[in-house]
Write a new protein. Sequence first.
Length: 389
Amino acid sequence: LSSRLQGFGTTVFAEMSALAVATGSINLGQGFPDYPGPPEVLEVARSAIGTAHDQYPPGPGIPELRTAVAEHVHRFGGHAHDPDTEVLVTAGATEALTAALLALLEPGDEVVLFEPMYDSYAAGIAMAGGVARPVPLRPPPSGTGPWTFDPAELRAAVTPRARLLLLNTPHNPTGKVFTRAELGTLAALAMEHELLVLADEVYEHLVFTGARHASLSTVPGMRERTLVVGSAGKTFNVTGWKVGWICGPAPLVSAVRTAKQFLTYVNGGPFQPAVAAGLRLPDEYFAGIARDLEHRRDVLVEGLTAAGLPVVCPEATYFATVDVRPVQPDGDGLAFCRALPERAGVVAVPTVVFYSSEHAHLGRHLVRFAFCKGDAVLAEAVDRLGGMG
Ligand code: PMP
Ligand code: GLN
């Protein structure tokens, strides 16, 4: 393994999904739904197989999908984008993020971001020769309320080498939705220090009552410095399709396209027209997935609470975070997760894996459970957790 990738090993998601299979446990670790996507979207993919869509699509993505991405972004409160120069189809959000980091960072450039953070960020930054400058989000002290950051800690993380701000909202793993006021603080900082912004908004539609997602790109002055990343996986329950996109000003998208050309060149042939159809579904579809998931959240949060695990109730995404200390006296979330298959027949992910070593102590006692599972599976998981030894 090269020095750039030292310490990255196997992703925790692969490890925990393998543990679930090996122990026959319910997998509430890796975030993927166990229910299908909208039938009309699946049907478009089925009928695209066996046609010209099986061959290399155009490098930036098929025009129909780029147009659908631009219309979708605009419909849900984002800017208008030129589908030809300002939209790029990628192999999931993961490729969009990594290609953007490779395209925009010089070796030694710093990326300011919050942690806990999605695990591909640190690896993508390392592959690009960049340096992560993580700023901690802290859970609400009483267990209810939002995760917050300290603006002074944020400012201190911005050095003269800072090049990029990477913001994930709605946020994995905490379920936090950054508020308008927080976005204002971040925008002011980005403009003052001339930072580019990479906005990971893959959970844009999975937002619950009381919270509202807004893109950092929509704060005045931010459009020209921000790239927004989305994914079909989360919105259409097709995480295996790996179709994502990135939108923003033409010079930035062009840079990302240069990197993408030599990572995968193109991806997702027959899935591209299907995702285009999905993005054109009526507003009711998008509202419906949030309502449906909110119900699943309530079931899991109630079950975890009843099992003696205090929960920080998520405002969005399909993840809930618990404090294991009441049932794990040493407060070790990793040990809790390793023992959970035996104790309860359930798999979860220790939140500590989403932190850099510098701040790992802040997440040691936290564990993430996914709730994007069918009613029977969730009910069974809650039942098992309630009987935890
Ligand atoms: N960003 C975040 C915050 C995620 O949670 C995920 C998927 N779990 C991704 C990016 C990657 O998305 P994709 O599967 O489309 O590559
Ligand atoms: N994004 C999903 C999660 O956070 C899974 C991603 C993955 O397996 N790489 O669990």
